[in-house]
Design a protein. Structure first.
Length: 166
């Protein structure tokens, strides 16, 4: 039987400061690293969300550097992906800020069978198996961050079998 999964909203507007959302995503990437296969985002049309404050100038420089690279080749009906090495601390930092600037950013499990995190501009969601959620919440607490109240009350649901999802 598949492990229950909890859906956690992570839009920038849910936090007092966007930097809280970034800290929670950075913590997630650290905790979930053994389970993560890839963290990718679409680098085309990156735009700073209004909620971003402290890191605004630095992230704008990152966006400018990406915009100055040769344009990636796009195929019909697919997004262009830019991958990030999550073992590299700077790459993790870059991904957490740029995820909320991208038309689509995703953190996948190994083999891309499960999406753990997805951001579309300032809107984002986590989908966490119960065992990973417990580790994640422990890490958030250990770092001194507050777990959003609606995350604490979120109920895990057992995913439907693949043949019943359609």
């Amino acid at each position: 039987m598949p492990e229950p999964v909890t859906t956690l909203p992570a839009e920038l507007s849910l936090f007092g400061r966007a930097e809280e959302a970034f800290a929670l995503l950075e913590t997630f990437l650290e905790v979930a690293r053994p389970r993560i296969g890839s963290a990718v985002l679409d680098p085309v049309l990156l735009a700073l969300p209004d909620e971003m404050t402290d890191d605004r100038a630095v992230v704008q420089e990152l966006i400018g550097a990406i915009d100055n690279e040769p344009p990636p080749k796009r195929r019909l009906l697919t997004t262009t992906e830019r991958g990030y090495d999550l073992d590299d601390e700077q790459a993790r930092w870059d991904f957490t800020r740029l995820a909320y600037c991208s038309p689509l950013a995703t953190v996948w499990s190994a083999g891309r069978s499960t999406t753990y995190f997805e951001a579309v501009r300032a809107s984002a969601t986590y989908w966490l198996p119960e065992s990973l959620k417990a580790q994640y919440f422990d890490a958030i607490t250990a770092k001194g961050w507050a777990i959003p109240a609606d995350w604490l009350s979120a109920v895990a649901k057992t995913p439907k079998p693949w043949w019943r999802r359609f």
